[in-house]
Write a protein that binds this ligand. Structure first.
Ligand code: SAM
Length: 221
């Protein structure tokens, strides 16, 4: 398991505590404006439902993606570093469970989740720590469980990961193939990538990576 609470996390938590209200106002309805993101989330829900098992939305922010997965028939809970985000998520979605915690050290037994969603939350993890977090996600995913990662893609001309001027906390844009390679090193298998052009106020290409922990779900027959 990864070391609990690396020091950079306190700054990320404090930064999101400070903007949680504004972030919720700006993004709680973002899936209504992003048909491709919404479609992929619903496809993820379909794939995970087939396997079964609970789903964790890691770095859930205001909880709108967890709520979307719940509406698609999944048992889902959210986890976030920011106590303020968790409090707003609980207020907006009282039917769901949201807890304060870090994806760097999940308080979950091995191989228990049918799915993990990390929507724009792994972006604040320093590149040197990414593999440990992906290994932690691999640890808690059950065989056949899926991970959906959303992140800003690095410029096509970039040689690798790029730090960028995120408005809340230090963050990184990844070439999708580089993140897929690290996911493979953590034991996951790439299923799909979606890279799309920016829309609205987005400042660059956006990517989604779907990966799975190999192995069949236990037969129920
Ligand atoms: C850009 S927001 C994304 C929120 C939401 N997933 C969305 O798509 O709108 C990043 C969120 O990830 C959380 N976060 C960053 N690092 C985290 C970690 N190691 N563990 C849990 N949450 C984390 C932050 O507190 C913040 O709420």
């Amino acid at each position: 398991m990864a070391e609990p609470f690396p020091s950079y996390l306190a700054g990320v938590a404090a930064a999101y505590d400070g903007v949680a209200g504004l972030y919720t106002e700006l993004f709680a309805d973002v899936l209504d404006r992003q048909p491709l993101e919404r479609a992929l989330l619903v496809a993820f829900a379909d794939i995970v439902r087939e396997r079964g098992g609970p789903v964790a939305d890691l770095g859930c922010g205001p909880g709108y993606a967890a709520a979307c997965l719940h509406r698609s028939g999944l048992e889902v809970f959210g986890l976030d570093l920011s106590a303020e985000m968790v409090s707003l998520a609980r207020r907006s979605h009282p039917e769901l469970r949201f807890e304060v915690g870090s994806m760097t050290a999940l308080d979950l037994p091995d191989q228990t989740l049918g799915g993990v969603l990390c929507r724009y939350s792994l972006i604040h993890t320093p590149p040197a720590d990414i593999l440990a977090v992906l290994a932690e996600i691999h640890r808690v995913l059950a065989p056949g469980g899926h991970l959906l990662l959303g992140f800003p893609a690095a410029d096509e001309s970039a040689a690798g990961v790029q730090a960028y001027d995120h408005r809340v906390a230090p963050a990184y844009r990844w070439p999708p193939d580089d993140l897929a390679r690290l996911a493979r090193q953590a034991g996951l298998v790439e299923v799909a990538q979606l890279v799309r052009a920016p829309t609205g106020e987005e400042r660059g290409r956006q990517a989604q990576l779907l990966a799975c922990r190999p192995g069949a779900a236990p037969s129920t027959r």
